[in-house]
Design a protein around this ligand. Sequence first.
Ligand SMILES: [Zn+2]
Length: 191
Amino acid sequence: MRLDFKKELNVWGLYFLTIFISIYFHELGHCIPVWVKGIRAIPTPAKEYILETIPADLQQKVSLGGIIGTVLITLVVMVLFLVKKFKYSSAVLAGVLAMPGMYTFRFFLVGRGHDASEFQEAQAALGAAYEGHLIDCLFLALFLAGIALWIFKSQPKLRITGRLAIGFVLTVIFVIIHQVVNNAIFDPVFL
Ligand SMILES: [Zn+2]
């Protein structure tokens, strides 16, 4: 079987572009609660920089804002996938499920979906137990719902498993490099 390179390029390009956009949505979500208060904040592709010291309760809302950003963009793409199909819609769905998937993977691996205390802060903002796993479970549910939707709509063949494994490894590498490069560029500017 000959590989169609143009198609491969489109699929993977669109997949990683969607991850990039979904992470940016997350960072935008972090900034909104402080923008509302008139405090300056810069969303960069992988991190938000808040240019003033903010009180703890606002920090909790900042954490929650990022979570809401990720959840919203994931739900919007899932609904679009359900109602409108185009040639590469599976790649876009996979891209938007990548972060919920990474959080879930990290949750199973080390017991927390996110480093530092972002999920705990967001839980506190929601009035849930600080040390609980509400947000971990939320992303687990979102990820599973997305997978179920994909299987239901696309009825993938079993031979796709190899591609999924490659995709998983590339995604871990992408997310790490994305963060490292982002911080290398913007930390010296804003910190
Ligand atoms: Zn975040």
